[in-house]
Design a protein around this ligand. Structure first.
Ligand SMILES: [Zn+2]
Length: 321
């Protein structure tokens, strides 16, 4: 029995077009009886949430959708840690930019600083949205040990940013173009060599073997891995292939994990609503045929204890910072 989560990043950021993306998608999810989880930036680009965003987010909450924390400002891709794959496969300059600015950026990663950022985000959520977040997703998947310590201290027990597959970005011009199933290795206890360099389409990627199911990680925080993303900008031009890839990924993961998190972004949705809605319907119909398949939000799975129960394994030790 597998439960699926629709998670969408970057709510709170961008103008009316992005607000419209949240509104239209929530309406669509609701029309299908589906909940969705919006990883929301509480202080986008270091500015207060606009009234337009606030109104749309509160309406989404009232319609039963789930709002969770996505950093504090998300002003760049290094807010909570150094750059990580597959963000580096989307934007290949991330690593070299970070390396050049290392002396400026590294001092960010202290428990006191990261804890203050998470607490400020939580206060904004409570005050402006009437929501107490239970799950965190670091911007661009950039994480560090002090981030997990800070989450533990503020009482957030769940995190979600590690990818099982990044093949949903293969269509980008600098990548391989191959929309085939391409998963990281499965991590098992004491797995040697769980960090691998892989060259694809001229880029070197650092891919980390992770468990396929939610796992216990640093500071006892539970990590819920992301299966893949199927509607990043430009995906609509290869809509049928992306839908086929989603079906294959979900068939396979349903045999290996009781909880599966899918990823989307507000801008990816808005890039091609037709593709996005076709994808949501195709996936719902496809996995709906699996016995006992269900959909839930991250918040529901955190509160019910299902995420904690699913996390029967330990994650790999991968962080140097
Ligand atoms: Zn983001």
């Amino acid at each position: 029995m597998t439960t699926y989560v629709w998670s969408i990043d970057d709510a709170g950021s961008g103008g009316s077009k992005m607000v419209e993306s949240l509104r239209r998608a929530c309406q669509f999810f609701s029309s299908r009886g589906l909940g969705s989880t919006w990883f929301t930036i509480p202080k986008p680009g270091d500015k207060p949430l606009s009234s337009e965003w606030k109104e749309a987010l509160i309406a989404a909450r009232d319609a039963g959708h789930d709002l969770q924390l996505h950093g504090l400002t998300h002003a760049d891709c290094y807010e909570f840690g150094p750059p990580a794959w597959p963000a580096t496969a989307i934007l290949p300059t991330l690593q070299s930019d970070f390396d050049q600015r290392r002396d400026e950026l590294m001092p960010r990663y202290t428990l006191a600083n990261l804890r203050a950022r998470i607490e400020e985000g939580m206060e904004i959520f409570t005050r402006e949205l009437g929501v107490d977040p239970t799950v965190f997703r670091a911007p661009c998947g950039a994480i560090s040990k002090p981030m997990f310590a800070a989450l533990r201290e503020v009482g957030i027990g769940y995190h979600t940013c590690m990818y099982i597959s990044g093949s949903g970005y293969a269509h980008l011009p600098h990548n391989s173009g191959k929309l085939t199933q391409d998963w990281v290795e499965r991590y098992e206890r004491n797995h040697a060599n769980h960090i691998k360099q892989k060259s694809t389409g001229g880029n070197t990627e650092q891919r980390i073997a992770i468990p396929r199911q939610p796992y216990r990680w640093y500071e006892g925080i539970i990590e819920a891995p992301i299966i893949n993303e199927y509607n990043w900008r430009g995906a609509g031009q290869r809509s049928a292939e992306f839908i086929e890839l989603a079906r294959k990924d979900l068939d396979r993961i349903s045999k290996e994990s009781p909880i599966v998190v899918m990823l989307m972004h507000t801008h990816g949705l808005a890039d091609d609503y037709e593709h996005t809605f076709r994808l949501i319907d195709a996936v719902s119909e496809h996995v709906g045929r699996q016995p006992g398949a269900a959909f839930a939000t991250m918040g529901e799975l955190a509160t019910s204890g299902a995420l904690a129960q699913a996390a029967a394994v330990e994650g790999p030790d991968i962080l140097t910072v």
